[in-house]
Design a binder for this molecule. Structure first.
Ligand code: FAD
Length: 445
């Protein structure tokens, strides 16, 4: 393949996954991470959707992650006031029937650790910690980044996987608009808006509670989420903010205690209220604003964005990372095809902007549905109006809307997810809905 070097900003979940895919694609890369460590000290539980499980299987990551992953077997929706069951549609079970994999959960800290540790040593050696990217410049053939410590890196393409407050996004927009980053309009400085905040905590296992279950309790402006399995036991409280805000709020330990106290009477599942739960590790409680939003420009010349840098989903449905993986699959499939098409071109790479433009087009075309699903799930749980209450308490259970959603909305969304197209896959588990895309490894090797 012709020389092509990718610089990835951010060794979070999406950045590390990019390292795995690029390594397997045989594309040179370097990852720059501002923190001194890879694994965060605080972390919630991550839900892995079927389309991501399929990509993990292709990448051979399933074997490494399997010991930490557990499949949810059932889900229910209850009233947060009195634990009355409102909806017993078994979403994880239906998803498993439809796609061969259901919803699988694991601890974020273990997940990040395994993604890093399972990289081959030659790939690991290309991840640099303590490198905070502060500046970017470009010319016709390359892109250069400058870190806070003065170190520079040069490559052919810059991938910004640097989260909600992406510095790459800001620098890219500044270059595109020929402005300094601080002169950009507010919608570029803070493109996301929070309606809720969420408190997450791992808890001690509850004796007698069902295993591998997800329980959502619903109420006006507040909702709890409870995940209980052999390896993972955690809960979350989502609370509506007084006013939706694009400002970043940093919460203190006192804020966390007060929020827990405020909602100690809410039921998290039949027989247990928030007040009955015991933190497994009191130092590992997180409180975050739930930003939501979508960026309209995903690339500029040699810079491209993925993951939370380009779209932020409410955590309720656990789709954020999964969508980031889909970004990577579409993007790196395109880059790899471009490099193969350029194989005999001695005068450099042609077609990069076309690939990035196609990536933006393909991914943006899916985003209206993804954003809608994520927003609707959040609002059907923490009601913002009486209409949300009527839908969640009466219309949805009565008409069996959850089940219809799994088959007719999530079904097509998941089954039309792309797959790494140069890696043949082992046999897929049986599924009621057929996957639309298959690997094309016969095409170009
Ligand atoms: C409570 C909660 C629960 C969630 N649950 C789920 C779930 O169940 N399933 C799911 O799919 N998603 C879930 N999400 C969303 C998921 O966490 C994100 O979508 C995912 O982490 C995005 O990955 P990322 O790599 O884009 O960003 P991150 O994981 O945030 O990583 C970004 C990295 O970039 C680094 N960085 C930032 N700026 C710079 C810079 N200038 N230079 C160098 N490095 C930099 C950061 O230090 C960080 O390591 C949840 C989110 C929350 C808050």
């Amino acid at each position: 393949m012709p020389y092509f070097r990718v610089i990835i900003i951010g060794a979070g979940l999406v950045g590390l996954t990019a390292a795995h895919i690029l390594y397997q694609a045989g594309i040179d890369f370097v990852v720059l991470e501002k923190h001194e460590t890879i694994v965060p000290t605080v972390g919630s539980v991550m839900t892995i959707w079927p389309q991501t499980s399929r990509v993990f299987q292709q990448l051979g990551r399933d074997e490494v992650l399997s010991p930490h992953l557990e499949s949810l077997q059932s889900s229910m929706v209850i009233s947060a006031e009195d634990a009355q069951q409102l909806d017993d549609a078994n979403l994880p079970g239906s998803m498993e029937k439809n796609h061969g994999w259901g919803l699988r959960i694991l601890l974020r800290t273990q997940f990040v650790g395994e993604l890093y540790n399972s990289l081959p040593s030659t790939a690991k050696s290309r991840i640099y910690l303590g490198r905070q990217v502060e500046g970017v410049s470009m010319d016709e053939t390359s892109v250069r980044v400058t870190c806070k410590d003065g170190v520079t890196e040069e490559g052919s393409l810059l991938i910004g996987a640097d989260e909600i407050r992406s510095q790459t996004r800001l620098l890219m927009e500044a270059l595109r608009q020929h402005k300094a980053p601080h002169d950009l309009d507010q919608r570029y400085q803070r493109p996301y808006m929070s309606t809720y905040r969420v408190l997450v905590s791992q808890i001690e296992r509850l004796p007698g509670a069902s295993m591998n279950v997800k329980c959502d309790s619903v109420h006006y402006g507040v909702t709890t989420q409870f995940l209980h399995s052999r390896k993972v036991s955690c809960f979350a409280i989502y609370e509506k903010l007084k006013v939706p805000s694009s400002e970043r709020c940093r919460y203190t330990e006192a804020d966390k205690l007060q929020m827990r106290q405020r909602w100690k009477h809410l039921m998290v599942m039949p027989g247990y209220s928030v007040g009955d739960l015991r933190e497994a590790n009191p130092g590992n409680v997180g409180l975050y604003d739930c930003e939501e939003g979508l960026v309209s420009k995903w690339y500029h010349k040699r810079i491209v964005l993925v993951g939370d840098a380009v779209r932020k989903l409410d955590p309720h449905t656990g789709m954020g990372y999964n969508e980031g993986v889909t970004d990577l699959v579409v993007l790196i499939n395109g880059i790899r095809h471009m490099l193969h098409a350029n194989q005999s071109n001695g005068s450099g790479i042609v077609g990069l902007e076309e690939i990035l433009s196609e990536y933006e087009r393909l991914r943006l075309s899916k985003m209206a549905m993804v954003m809608k699903v994520s927003r609707t799930f959040a609002r059907m749980a923490g009601w913002l109006s009486w209409k949300d209450m009527v839908m969640a308490k009466y219309v949805q259970p009565y008409l069996g809307l959850s089940q219809l959603c799994v088959t007719h909305i999530l079904g097509p969304m998941i089954s039309k997810s792309p797959v790494v197209d140069w890696i043949q896959e082992p046999q897929l588990p049986p599924s009621a809905i057929e996957w639309t895309y298959r690997p094309l490894s016969h095409r170009d090797d």
